[in-house]
Design a binder for this molecule. Structure first.
Ligand code: GDP
Length: 313
């Protein structure tokens, strides 16, 4: 089987404040995905613009990092239990996760919640013990706590072999050794490349794309974000949309976007393994499968959270 060795798709999961945003900023900076004259206007995953669309709250932010020859797509996840469906949908788009845990605080309620979701999706997290620079950091104990949590959550043997990286996202350092930090995050990039499987390349097969998140902008309207699970998708292509209620529609793909840094970049085609955004159909919904009109095969149903009427952030 062929794999797309130059792509990795990962999600980042953590208890709030354990350093996801800082870590992704640092990975972006060190990879040089930002041009040197490009200022990071806002923090990568914390822009705070909460978009609501038909009761579905989009908190996820997509980032793509170019490291050496590989594009690493990173999807942020909400840690809060109200967004369990969204976390699950994000985890279905990726082949690996980074579990970030504060080296002083250790495992917290949201650590448990998001780890449970990742283990259920059969993913083996790379555990990042972050804030190793903190006074009273206690990495050895925190790793024991993490292991304990894996066991409580019924991790399988493979999952219990999780790799560990000790890091200080704020200082931009990382290492496999809790006693000694290296002056870059190379250990983390390399662990991502080595440990997380590259997507399968089956671009010759019939297209299957699934909408996992929705976005909107005034220029192109409603945007479906998801993964190409199989085949190839092109701008201008006439496709069928299989809805979760069993109905079918057809539309023409007008625009497609890939991600680079914090931006969406217009693209002409995408292949199995790519995470992309698609526009052209106004009433696209989470869970929709996009496929060729002549080869209609739906992907499994996705879970959508009940709309939450009152939320505090
Ligand atoms: P998020 O909620 O997981 O996205 O966490 P943030 O990235 O916003 O970080 C929460 C707080 O922890 C901020 O004040 C960061 O500056 C701080 N922080 C993040 N990484 C580190 C680190 O490696 N060391 C220390 N000492 N503080 C950090």
């Amino acid at each position: 089987m062929n794999h797309r060795e130059n792509i990795r798709n990962i999600a980042i999961i953590a208890h709030v404040d354990h350093g996801k945003t800082t870590l992704v900023d640092q990975l972006l900076r060190q990879s040089g995905t930002f041009r040197s004259n490009e200022h990071i206007e806002e923090r990568a995953m914390d822009s705070g613009d909460i978009e609501r669309e038909r009761g579905i709250t989009i908190l996820a932010k997509n980032t793509a990092i170019q490291y050496k020859d590989t594009k690493i797509n990173i999807l942020d996840t909400p840690g809060h239990a109200d967004f369990g469906g969204e976390v699950e949908r994000i985890l279905k788009m990726v082949d690996g996760v980074l579990l970030v845990v504060d080296a002083y605080e250790g495992c917290m309620p949201q650590t448990r919640f998001v780890l449970k979701k990742a283990l259920e999706q059969n993913l083996t997290p790379i555990v990042v013990v972050n804030k190793i620079d903190r006074d009273f950091a206690r990495p050895a104990e925190v790793i024991d706590e993490v292991l304990e949590l894996f066991i409580e959550l019924d991790a399988n043997d493979e999952q219990l072999e999780f790799p560990v990286i000790y890091a200080s996202a704020i200082n931009g350092t990382a290492s496999k050794d809790p006693e000694q930090q290296d002056e870059s995050m190379e250990a983390l990039y390399e662990t991502i490349l080595d440990f997380i499987p590259a997507p399968i390349d089956n671009r010759e097969e019939p297209l299957q794309f699934q909408v996992s998140l929705l976005d909107y902008n005034d220029y192109v309207g409603r945007i479906g974000i998801g993964r190409v699970f199989r085949g190839t998708m092109k701008v201008g292509q006439h496709v069928a949309v299989l809805k979760q209620d069993g109905t079918t529609k057809q539309f023409r793909v007008t625009k497609m976007f890939g991600f680079l840094g914090l931006k969406k970049i217009e693209i002409e085609e995408a292949f199995a393994g790519d995470l992309i955004a698609v526009s052209g159909m106004e009433d696209i919904d989470v869970g929709d499968t996009i496929c060729p009109v002549e080869h209609q095969e739906a992907l499994p149903i996705l879970h959508i959270d009940e709309p939450t009427l009152q939320m505090t952030f």
